[in-house]
Ligand binder design. Sequence first.
Ligand code: NDP
Length: 254
Amino acid sequence: AGVDLTGQRAIVTGASSGIGVETARALAMAGAEVTVAVRDVRAGERTAREIGAGTGNRLLRVAPLDLSDQRSVAAFVAAWDGPLHILVNNAGVSATPEMRTAEGWELQLATNHLGHFALANGLHRALAEAGGARVVSLSSIAHVSAPMVFEDVNFRARPYDRLLAYGESKTATALFAVEANRRWAGDGITVNVANPGAVVTNLGRHLTEEDYAQLPAFDFKTPQQGAATSVLLAAGPQLEGTGGRYFEDCQQAV
Ligand code: NDP
């Protein structure tokens, strides 16, 4: 709240649903020029229209991006021109019963990790050009690396039985942040990892009651509450100059 992002250029991936929509809305509300990067361009246009009408921000753009397809990522990167201040690597997929196969495992890694990796890497020059850019990568409570690699993590991450491939992809996301912070510190780029907790979105729609019974009884948040973690890590002034942060649970972080 109270942050002015006028003149800042932002990309939010997966802004056709859930947390991504609310992240794009909050950044647009703060005055940023937001590109809604989605694989379903019509859904992206609906999002952009709705956010534009609600916020009065006239600088929303829509661009096609399928993170599971490296050619799509390369085309998106090639089309990007000029500096990029904020990249919210938000798009992601979770397991479905059908996806408990090599293909499903691969899709989750391709989207949640390799897609994020390729996008951030591809946009490195634009991020460096911005001076003080921030990347936010969406991880999850299902990943396992945070307590090992981030000093200020205070929860016990664990691999959940029904979400192992998802957990692997989100672990890789957090590890990428550690590596990117080492490599890109000299370019003024900070890569933060957001774990919003459990949020009611489309992500878990393929999980069965039996799957949920295996998971802890989460305290579910709204997408807007879930987006607060990403927004804080993308634009929170109190995080100026850190070398990459991991934040879970927006309610505690803000
Ligand atoms: P949703 O399913 O509501 O949104 C996921 C978004 O990612 C959609 O816009 C979807 O697009 C997009 N997406 C999926 N696959 C691709 C792809 N190959 N290329 C481009 N976009 C893609 O879920 P959430 O809002 O919950 O998820 C947002 C992020 O937050 C994810 O990374 C998720 O893992 C993470 N997260 C979610 C939590 C939760 O409890 N909900 C908890 C912790 C982390 P489309 O509409 O076309 O399918």
